[in-house]
Design a protein around this ligand. Structure first.
Ligand code: GLU
Length: 426
């Protein structure tokens, strides 16, 4: 008899990410003096879909995966947000991520709402064929809800351009015509945008450059560490070092490393591509995850998952700037500690918005049948995200708040205005 596909559960992170998201919203609602009804509307996802996905595994058995798509709010435009493949995906995680997408597209001032999707699975232990069949079944299951004018998925943790290609093909087959604008983060050959692959990291660097100016930090002399050397984190490192900053520590799901001499970001990308991990990089020493987050560096980027900076870790953080390439790495409790310790926070909904900004540019190119050069895309990204940084920084000065609260005031404020102006149906 065929062996059952075993799902390897990892340690569940402690705080519920949706509780964290609601607490951040509550703080912003107070500053914005939102009335209770409007606050409740913004605290409730518009639509939540759970799907069961029977997939034929390579050994002939059937495994039924669970997937989600949460459409949080579309007052400012079609729903937008990535799809995550991870063993710890849960409905509450997807709800939190969809709320953060809503505030993120609003802070970036692009005409989208927010959504997120996920499948509980362990992609590192699945073959390409299994991943393709699972992806196509998921695409078919959510097809009635998505579309270029309804909801536009994109990559997130452990999903990539190839997975987007399978979604385009499945959706287009069902629709009966080629619809590249249904997802972003596609391969270039299918209408993907130049610059999309590095956009999250690049946008985070543009924010860090502005934060360094505000805090009078010379990037040529600055040091940094990255938790999570994946798509966002590794390109953040690669681009930040072109400004002269030096990487002293890094990590991935297999472990963390530090070095007394700066590590070359490109060499570390190549090493990880070859060996599967940053661990063992020549000249580095293994350290714990907590030691990495508390390294004596100027800039720290949590670029992995939610809840990586819990209060106990936050207390010992020495970095002057935190650039959140990940979504939701810092809990509300940790935010208070970091603010009291005068750490300058570039919050996720600002810091990692470069990904969705270039997703927007990709979507515009698809709908308009045009193509921009990589230099044009990077230039538009820089203008958009630098503008967003200064909107948020101005709000933090005006209200006397930390940068997360300021970003929430800007992001939630615009969504609240749109929701209020639309009125309540019926
Ligand atoms: N998954 C990315 C994020 O969290 C990108 C979303 C998108 O491009 O739609 O922002």
């Amino acid at each position: 008899m065929a062996q059952k596909y075993e799902l390897r559960q990892m340690n569940q992170p402690k705080p519920n990410p949706f509780d964290n998201a609601l607490e951040q919203l509550r703080i912003a609602a107070e500053y914005l003096k939102l009335d209770e009804g409007l606050h409740q509307m913004l605290a409730s996802p518009k639509r939540q879909l759970t799907v069961s996905l029977p997939v034929k595994m390579d050994n002939g058995s059937i495994h039924v995966f669970t997937g989600y798509r949460v459409q949080y709010n579309d007052a400012r435009g079609p729903f937008k947000g990535g799809i995550r493949y991870h063993p710890n995906v849960s409905l509450d995680e997807v709800k939190a991520l969809s709320a953060w997408m809503t505030w993120k597209t609003s802070v970036a001032n692009i005409p989208y709402g927010g959504a997120k999707g996920g499948i509980i699975c362990d992609p590192k232990h699945m073959s390409q064929g299994e991943l393709e069949r699972m992806t196509r079944r998921y695409a078919a299951a959510i097809a009635p809800l998505i579309g270029p004018y309804k909801d536009i998925p994109a990559p997130d943790v452990y999903t990539n351009a190839q997975i987007m290609a399978w979604i385009v093909d499945t959706y287009s087959t069902l629709e009966g015509y080629m619809t590249p604008g249904v997802v972003t983060g596609k391969p270039i050959s299918l209408g993907g945008s130049l610059g999309r692959d590095k956009a999250t990291g690049r946008g985070a660097v543009f924010c860090t450059v502005e934060a360094a100016k505000v805090n009078k930090i010379d990037l040529k002399k600055a040091t940094f560490a990255v938790q999570g050397y994946g798509n966002a984190g590794s390109f953040f490192a690669e681009i930040l070092q072109t400004y002269g900053a030096k990487m002293m520590g890094a990590s991935d799901s297999r472990g963390a490393i530090a070095s007394k001499t700066p590590m070359d970001a490109d060499k570390l990308i190549a090493y990880k591509a070859k060996t599967g991990s940053v661990v063992g990089f020549p000249g580095s020493q293994p350290i714990s995850d907590k030691e990495l987050l508390q390294m004596d560096v100027d800039i720290l980027s949590p670029a992995a998952l939610e809840n990586s900076i819990l209060p106990d870790t936050a207390k010992g953080i020495k970095a002057k700037i935190i650039t959140e390439c990940a979504n939701g790495p810092t809990t509300p409790e940790s935010d208070k500690i970091l603010h009291a310790n005068k750490v300058f926070m570039i919050p996720d909904i600002l810091a990692n918005s470069g990904g969705v900004i270039v997703s927007y540019l990709e979507w515009v190119q698809n709908l308009e049948r045009i193509g921009w050069s990589e230099a044009e895309v990077n230039d538009m990204l820089e203008k958009k995200i630098t503008g967003a940084f200064h909107d948020v920084h101005a709000a933090s000065l005006k209200h006397g708040t930390d940068m997360r609260t300021a970003a929430m005031i800007v992001g939630v404020g615009r969504v609240a205005e749109a929701v209020k102006t639309l009125g309540t149906f019926p």
